[in-house]
Design a protein around this ligand. Structure first.
Ligand code: PLP
Length: 395
C-alpha cells in the first residue's frame, strides 16, 4: 500500500500561536473593553516605503503594455535584482558573483527547500531556543536533529560542541537571534566557521534580522568571517528589513567555493530551482530592487528606527526596574527572564490578565526557552510605551 510521509506524525502540533490566540480570545470575551497591547507576534506593523510603492506601481504599469510586459522570470532571480544584491554585499566588502545570489520568496521557503541538497543521513544541529521551522523542516525531511542549548550561562550564544563525537553535518545559526535577540560577534562566528571547516559541516546562516544591527563591530553576514566561503550558506529576507512580510521576497547566497565530495552546492541549487520554481514575480522583484537603491536604503531606516526606538522604550524601563533580559540591542526582540522563577506560560497568563500585554512564551521555542518571555518590537510606539509602564509592579 502507498504510504504518506510518516515523519509528519513525529511533528509536535504547532500550537504556540494558536494557543496564544485562544487565550487572548477567551480573555477578550470576558473583558470586552480591555485595551490589549500586542507584543507577541513578530510581524511588522509599518507600511512599505515610498520607493518600494513607486516601484510596485511602475512594474504593474509595465505589465499593462506589450513592449514592457514580462512573463516567466529566470528561476534563480532577475539579473537586475541579483546584481543589486551583489552590489549591496560589495559595499560591505564582500565579493560575490551575481550568480551566487538566488532570489527567493522568503527565508521560510528557503530554510525548508534547501534541505533537498543534503543527504538524508546528514544530522542537523539546532541551537535552542530556536525559530520553530528549523526543527520542523528537518523532522519532515526525516533527518536526525541534535540540540545545543543556548542559555544564560553561554549568554544565549553557545560555542561549537567540543565533543569530537558530535555527529552534526548541518548547523543553523541565527544572528541576530529570534527569539533571544542575541548577536554573535565576529570571533564567536569564527569559532563556528573553523569548527564547520574542520569537520566538513555546513552552516545555514539565517540573517533575517541583520538590518537591526547598529553596532559596527558586529557582523551582518557570515561571509564577513574568514573561512566562511567554504562552509556556509546565507539565507536572508526583506520581511523585517523592509516590511515585506506580506509582499514576500528573500535571497540566499551560495558560493561556488562550497563543494563536498566533488559536488558543487551552487550548481546543485541552480538545478533545484530550475526544476522546482518558476521564479519570483517581476513586480515583486522590482519592488525588492527598490530596497537596494540609495532612496530605498534611506527610507527603510525610517521604519527600522521606529522598531529600534520601541526596544529602547522597553529596555529603559526594564533597566530601571533591574529586570534581567537579553536582546533589544541590534535586534527587534527583548527576551526577558520571567520574575520569581515563573514558567513562561504562567507569566504569559499573568501578563494577559493583569496588564493586558500579549507576549510570546519562551517555551514555545524549545525547552531551553522555558522561564523566559519574548517581547516583539514590531508593534506601535504607543503600545510599547504603555506596555513598559504596565510592566511596573509586575516584575
Ligand atoms: N528566519 C527567522 C529567524 C524568522 O524569525 C523568520 C520570520 O519571522 C523567518 C526566517 C522567515 O522570514 P520570511 O518572512 O522571509 O519567510
Amino acid at each position: 500500500m502507498m504510504r504518506f510521509n510518516a515523519h509528519y506524525a513525529e511533528l509536535k502540533e504547532s500550537y504556540l500561536f494558536r494557543r496564544i490566540a485562544e487565550k487572548t480570545d477567551a480573555f477578550r470575551a470576558q473583558n470586552p473593553g480591555a485595551r490589549l497591547l500586542r507584543l507577541g507576534i513578530g510581524d511588522v506593523s509599518l507600511p512599505l516605503c515610498p520607493a518600494v510603492i513607486e516601484a510596485l506601481h511602475a512594474a504593474a504599469d509595465d505589465q499593462s503594455k506589450k513592449e514592457t510586459f514580462r512573463g516567466y522570470m529566470p528561476e534563480c532571480g532577475a539579473p537586475f535584482l541579483r546584481r543589486a544584491i551583489r552590489d549591496h554585499y560589495a559595499a560591505r566588502g564582500i565579493a560575490l558573483g551575481e550568480d551566487e545570489v538566488f532570489v527567493s520568496s522568503g527565508a521560510s521557503d528557503e530554510l525548508g527547500d534547501i534541505l533537498d541538497l543534503f543527504d538524508r543521513s546528514c544530522a542537523a544541529l539546532v541551537i535552542e531556543p530556536a525559530y520553530p521551522a528549523y526543527v520542523d523542516a528537518n523532522i519532515m525531511a526525516g533527518r536526525t536533529i541534535l540540540r545545543l542549548s543556548a542559555n544564560e550561562e553561554n549568554g544565549f550564544l553557545p560555542a561549537p560542541p567540543k565533543d569530537g563525537n558530535c555527529a552534526a553535518d548541518l548547523v543553523y545559526l541565527c544572528s541576530p537571534n529570534n527569539p533571544t535577540g542575541a548577536v554573535f560577534s565576529k570571533s564567536q562566528l569564527k569559532e563556528w566557521v573553523d569548527w564547520a571547516n574542520e569537520r566538513g559541516a555546513v552552516i545555514l546562516f539565517d540573517a533575517a534580522y541583520e538590518a537591526f544591527i547598529t553596532d559596527p563591530a558586529l557582523p551582518h553576514s557570515i561571509f564577513e568571517i574568514e573561512g566562511a566561503r567554504t562552509c556556509s550558506v546565507e539565507i536572508c529576507s526583506l520581511s523585517k528589513t523592509a516590511g515585506f512580510t506580506g509582499t514576500r521576497l528573500g535571497y540566499t547566497v551560495i558560493l561556488k567555493a562550497l563543494e563536498r565530495g566533488g559536488m558543487n552546492l551552487n550548481a546543485m541549487w541552480v538545478r533545484n530551482r530550475t526544476t522546482k520554481t518558476n521564479g519570483v514575480s517581476y513586480i515583486i522583484q522590482k519592488a525588492g530592487a527598490a530596497v537596494f537603491t540609495p532612496a530605498g536604503q534611506r527610507q527603510i531606516e525610517d521604519n527600522l528606527s521606529v522598531y529600534r526606538h520601541n526596544a529602547q522604550i522597553l529596555t529603559a524601563v526594564l533597566d530601571e526596574l533591574g529586570v534581567c533580559y537579553y536582546g533589544g540591542k541590534n535586534a527587534p526582540y527583548v527576551w526577558m527572564k520571567c520574575p520569581r522563577g515563573m514558567g513562561s506560560w504562567e507569566f504569559f497568563d499573568k501578563l494577559l490578565k493583569e496588564a493586558q500585554i500579549i507576549a510570546t512564551p519562551g517555551a514555545g521555542f524549545g525547552e531551553s526557552g522555558e522561564g523566559f518571555i519574548r517581547f516583539s518590537m514590531f508593534g506601535s510606539p504607543d503600545d510599547t510605551r504603555e506596555a513598559a509602564q504596565r510592566l511596573r509592579g509586575m516584575v
